[in-house]
Write a protein that binds this ligand. Structure first.
Ligand code: DPM
Length: 384
């Protein structure tokens, strides 16, 4: 809870103050406002305050993300504010959150995923073209190794160059200069900014699979703040959580971060979770791609349930013996987190199945040489 936890309105009515941290970019503000609106609807008695701050990632605009090297580029300052109780929750794009969060933090909600695919935005002079019909050596702007690797392979007549900055800056760089024939951006970000009309095509999985967590918003909180965790947990979208747990487990098992060409595609249909995952060399000439599925139907995994019941019993026992309660609570935080996500209201066995799917798929890719491809990609990227 924030230090100052209540305020009085004009009628002397006391209401709880919840502070929400956000980056200052327009996209971050829009994303934060959308979560704040949902919370306002669910908890009309709470007084929500939005606290905007700059992060390292916002300040370094001249280098590609994959070259800056520091993890949690966009999240560190916000986590510091959470830790100091200056804010109670922080809204992020899930794909910008590392698969292991620093101790003491957790993702308390993953909201319903927006379109996770990438989109092509054309220079105004190229209206009517597609990636296929753009002239030889046309320059496409993206600093995503994942996008460049996949598209280089599929559209060998095109060239790819880094472009940095927030969405506003990128669109400006595209429109006001002649450096780029087109840029590639996440459809979700464009949609949230109200720029859907700039999308000339959505990239299908055959052309370009998306990044882990792309299109989903995440709410990060203090792992031990039970009240806030409970409060935000109603924002979880179960299908999105399960897909994103599988995707994050996949990335974690591959030891990948935002600086490796790793892509995924997931789907939930009739209690089955389907997942395709791939790794690429930087030029896309080498790739390994596989698909697996698992059941996420409730009640499939009896053994897991029994184990959980056992853990819960221990928990109750520990809670009733005051001395160790703090310690046991910490352990509980770790037990219920999967790849940084706490989703109390989503069946534990489904979450476990999703996590196992991601790990198994990564192991399959690793057995086929994914490690070598990623190691070389990392070395080449560092040497660029
Ligand atoms: C990460 C990547 C990019 C962002 C790498 C990737 C794109 C970088 C670039 C991890 N974070 O996707 O392979 O294009 O140079 C980012 C965007 C969003 C969240 C913008 C975008 C909005 C979409 C969302 C930057 N982070 O990808 O066009 O909420 O998922």
């Amino acid at each position: 809870m924030s230090e100052e936890t209540s305020s009085q309105d004009g009628n002397g009515k006391v209401s709880r103050v919840i502070r929400i941290g956000t980056r200052k970019s327009q996209l971050a503000r829009i994303q934060t406002d959308s979560v704040a609106d949902k919370l306002k609807e669910l908890y009309p008695d709470f007084h929500l305050e939005i606290v905007a701050m700059s992060t390292t990632g916002d300040m370094i605009l001249d280098r590609a993300l994959s070259k800056i090297g520091e993890k949690s580029l966009f999240t560190k300052e916000l986590e510091n504010a959470l830790e100091r109780n200056e804010v109670d929750l922080v809204v992020h794009s899930l794909k910008d959150l590392p698969t292991s969060l620093p101790a003491g933090f957790t993702i308390g909600a993953v909201l319903k995923r927006e379109n996770p695919h990438d989109a092509v935005v054309l220079h105004p002079s190229k209206t009517g073209k597609t990636l296929d019909t753009l002239p030889e050596k046309s320059v496409i702007g993206t600093s995503s190794l994942r996008r460049a690797a996949q598209l280089k392979k599929r559209f060998p007549h095109l060239e790819f160059k880094d472009i940095r900055g927030n969405l506003n800056t990128r669109l400006k760089k595209l429109d006001e200069k002649d450096d780029f024939a087109a840029i590639i951006l996440a459809a979700a970000g464009l949609k949230r900014m109200g720029w859907e009309n700039r999308i000339s095509m959505i990239l299908e999985p055959e052309d370009c699979m998306y990044a882990v967590g792309q299109g989903a918003l995440a709410v990060e909180v203090r792992a031990r703040d039970a009240d806030i965790l409970e409060m935000v947990s109603v924002l979880h979208d179960p299908d999105t959580v399960l897909r994103c747990i599988a995707e994050r487990a996949f990335l974690k098992q591959l030891e990948g971060g935002c600086s490796v060409p790793v892509a995924v595609h997931t789907k939930v249909k009739e209690s089955q979770l389907y997942m395709t995952g791939a790794v690429y060399s930087l030029d896309g000439s080498q790739s390994i791609k596989e698909t697996m599925q698992t059941s996420i139907a409730p009640g499939d995994e009896v053994s897991v349930k029994v184990l959980l019941f056992f853990q819960m019993s221990i928990l109750r026992f520990n809670l009733s013996t005051d001395v160790h309660s703090q310690q046991s609570l910490e352990r509980v935080d770790e037990q219920v987190q999967r790849v940084g996500v706490t989703a109390m209201k989503v069946p534990a066995e489904a979450q476990d199945a999703a996590e196992r799917l991601g790990i198994k798929l990564a192991d399959l890719l690793l057995s086929k040489g994914a490690k070598e491809i990623l190691t070389v990609a990392r070395q080449l990227n560092d040497a660029r």
